[in-house]
Design a binder for this molecule. Structure first.
Ligand code: UD1
Ligand code: MG
Length: 467
């Protein structure tokens, strides 16, 4: 098969987004629209990808390099289109980067859900020698370019603004995707003008030129509208987001995941699930998250960049964000409700983290428990430690962070402050309300608080009578 060069049009302003951010950088499923398009293109192993930028070019250029890297694309370049004189003019900007041989595949930076398989089929329809268009039937085709045929043969694409009443009645429209031999494209783009209602150079005029040259134009119709839906407004972005999420939810359910409601799940990244995973309503997963066999996630949890091992139970309203360091939750651990795990929290098997407990950059060994209103930051916690309600590690001295080590089987009473760096020896007990500033010996009771004093028959002050 002929080599494929992809041209992504992404210069448009996106006026209807009413946003300072270039349209193609708005996010869907946690990734920029343009990142989705580049990923779909990468699936074809193209010879090169050229992104045509205009509005917000510098910002888009910078982002594109990241998208290309993530998609494993070696050759991805941007070309500037300034001013933007139409889609034909946009593709003209990419021509100097296209060799004579090969097939050009034209994509839209704001149509994110196109699938690689569809692109593959379009390239095959082009066959290295024909102009192939991707079309779709629209119940309301207003605004789109109509596919005008004579019998079966495609004759032209007529833009809505230039169309006659009869042409406006056509429901088959051009999706914005085409595959065409580079050599033919170059010739035709040299011949298009802007004598039309919008005074723009229309890429779609290449159809009439192909017909004039006596070539057949192939139209391939997609049944799945979502793949060719563009984003022009916040409403369309939200609608496509729901379509995308539903697609992902269906795939998870087909793999056996039990979602309480497929319409109330958001995955902004990648969610891997084992067998017998249950997810209640309104959970959000971000970045890379994996859930082992039998994991249950309660309602309204937000979980990012975390690995949760088999049998763990995450109760409602738990927030986990591993950011770059990640979070690990061991087998059979129980979290929440209202637990918070921050980057570098590593919980062993059977660990319990209860309501309003925050854990950051800390390791908790098997069976350790912190059940109520507590903070563990920069701590190493041994097996079976019981960490009392309201206790905190004072890990930050205003300039540096320090570690707290709590050895196995320590019992920390309620409302303790452990001033780091400090080590609590194995099996020791810390009395409630203690402020611990020195290491405590193994097996001992350590108490560091004011002694309780009793004064018998204490007379409370009384108010003086007014003079
Ligand atoms: C275009 C098609 C129309 C099709 C529709 C599908 C043309 C002339 N018309 O119309 O047949 O039904 O898409 O959505 O192609 N862009 C540039 N530079 C420009 C102009 C546009 O990069 O100078 C980019 C836009 O950012 C966008 C894409 O090209 O990603 C399509 O442009 P848009 O203005 O949306 O074209 P439509 O008028 O919708
Ligand atoms: Mg458009």
């Amino acid at each position: 098969m002929a080599a494929v060069d992809v041209v992504v049009m992404a210069a448009g302003k996106g006026t209807r987004m009413k946003s300072g951010l270039p349209k193609v950088l708005h996010r869907l499923g946690g990734r920029a629209l343009l990142a989705h398009v580049i990923e779909a293109a990468a699936g074809l192993s193209p010879r090169r990808v050229v992104v045509v930028t205009g509005h917000g070019a510098q910002q888009v250029d910078e982002a594109v390099q990241g998208f290309a890297k993530a998609a494993g694309l070696a050759a991805c370049q941007c070309v500037l289109q300034s001013p933007q004189l139409g889609t034909g003019h946009a593709v003209q900007q990419a021509l100097p980067l296209l060799p004579e041989d090969g097939t050009c595949l034209v994509l839209n930076g704001d149509v994110p859900l196109i699938e690689t398989a569809t692109l593959q089929a379009l390239v095959a329809a082009c066959g290295g020698e024909r102009l192939a268009l991707l079309t779709v039937d629209m119940p309301d085709p207003t605004g789109y370019g109509r596919i005008v045929r004579a019998g079966e043969a495609v004759q032209a694409i007529v833009e809505h603004k230039d169309a006659s009443e009869a042409q406006r009645a056509i429901n088959e429209v051009y999706t914005g995707f085409m595959a065409v031999p580079n050599r033919l494209l170059r010739g035709w783009l040299g011949r298009i003008g802007n004598d039309n209602a919008q005074r723009e150079y229309y890429l779609t005029d290449v159809v009439e030129l192909a017909v004039q040259d006596g070539l057949t134009v192939t139209a391939m119709k997609v049944a799945d509208r979502v793949q060719v839906d563009g984003v022009n407004s916040p409403l369309q972005l939200a609608e496509l987001e729901r379509a995308y999420q539903l697609r992902g939810a269906r795939a998870l359910m087909e793999a056996g995941v039990r979602l309480a409601d497929p319409a109330r799940l958001d995955v902004r990244g990648h969610l891997a699930c084992g067998q017998d995973v249950e997810i209640d309503v309104s959970c959000v997963f971000e970045g890379e998250v994996s859930l082992g066999d039998g994991v249950r996630i309660g309602a309204h949890c937000v979980i990012a960049n975390a690995r949760i091992e088999a049998g763990a139970l995450i109760r409602p309203f738990t927030h986990i964000d591993g950011e770059k360091l990640g979070v690990e939750v061991g087998e059979g651990a129980e979290l929440g409700p209202f637990a918070r795990l921050r980057p570098g929290a590593r919980l062993g098997a059977q660990v319990h983290i209860g309501n309003f407990v925050e854990v950051k950059n800390s390791t908790l060994a098997r069976g350790a428990k912190a059940n109520h209103l507590a903070y563990l930051g920069d701590a190493t916690v041994g097996e079976r430690v019981n960490y009392g309600a309201g206790s905190i590690t004072a890990n930050y001295d205003g300039a540096n962070k320090h570690r707290t080590v709590i050895e196995a089987d320590v019992h920390v009473g309620s409302n303790c402050v452990l001033v780091a760096p400090v080590t609590l020896g194995a099996g020791g007990t810390v009395g409630a309300g203690s402020t611990i500033t020195k290491d405590t010996p193994a097996g001992a009771l350590s108490v560091a608080r004011g002694k309780q004093v009793t004064i018998a028959n204490w007379q409370r002050p009384v108010k003086k009578p007014r003079a």
